[in-house]
Design a protein around this ligand. Structure first.
Ligand SMILES: [Zn+2]
Length: 231
């Protein structure tokens, strides 16, 4: 066996030594050139929930988490969730939610990831100065934000980290007076129309959230909140 292999290996070594680009000398021992063919580390998806790390708490205090917030920080969880963006690239985003739904969200987002369900972005609302409007305009998926309901004084389910908004631009909130939030989502109000990233009863998001016991804002009667799932 070895007698046959050795000549073959020698021949291969000689051949590979001849593969240099013509005109270029081979510099033995020189560092490998940094070119686009370099192997990149494989993407490792994450679906984790931890207590709020100090660095994240610092970002939240006085922004999504005001001093008078009536939900203890210990009741909230910091999630790292992987997803496929609209260009089909895997990404890992950040989310804060109530501990009571952390496991649901990790399971749901793992299923969405496995199905390559497209999500524009998943960033903390603090990156938008806790502005729900700015986050929606950016089509950002988010959960916790200590705020009142849009146009009302009552605390939102988002204030407890028990509600999540998905791809809000294509799935706007339509208040009882017909106002569209975000306003940029006006062209997506007609739900009889077919367009990408629409959440309806045939959508995977709808199916998974319902399976985990969430209700959908698109089923409300007085207003319609197509982006919204809550428990
Ligand atoms: Zn919402």
């Amino acid at each position: 066996m070895e007698r046959v292999l050795l000549p073959i290996l020698l021949a291969l070594a000689l051949l590979s030594g001849c593969r240099g680009t013509p005109g270029q000398s081979r510099h033995e021992g020189a560092a490998a050139p940094k070119d686009s063919t370099a192997v990149r580390a494989p993407f490792v998806p994450e679906f984790s929930a931890t207590e709020i790390p100090p660095g994240v708490e610092a970002r939240m205090r006085g922004v999504s988490y005001p001093e008078d917030a009536r939900v203890p920080l210990a009741d909230l969880r910091y999630l790292r969730l992987s997803y496929y963006d609209f260009e089909g690239n895997p990404q890992t985003g950040e989310m804060v939610c109530n501990a009571a739904i952390a496991r649901d969200l990790c399971e749901i987002f793992r299923d969405l990831y496995d199905a390559r369900y497209p999500i524009r972005s998943i960033r903390l609302i603090d990156d938008f100065g806790a502005s729900d409007e700015a986050s929606m305009q950016a089509d950002n998926t988010s959960c916790f934000n200590y705020r009142t309901m849009t146009g009302q004084k009552k605390l939102s389910r988002h204030a407890l980290g028990m509600a999540i908004d998905i791809n809000p631009l294509e799935n706007p909130f339509i208040d009882p007076r017909g106002g569209v939030h975000p306003a940029e989502g006006a062209s997506y109000v007609d739900r009889t129309r077919d367009f990408p990233h629409k959440i309806d009863r045939g959508d995977l998001c709808y199916k998974l959230f319902r399976e985990h016991g969430f209700s959908w804002g698109g089923a409300w009667s007085r207003s319609k909140d197509y982006q919204h799932f809550q428990k």
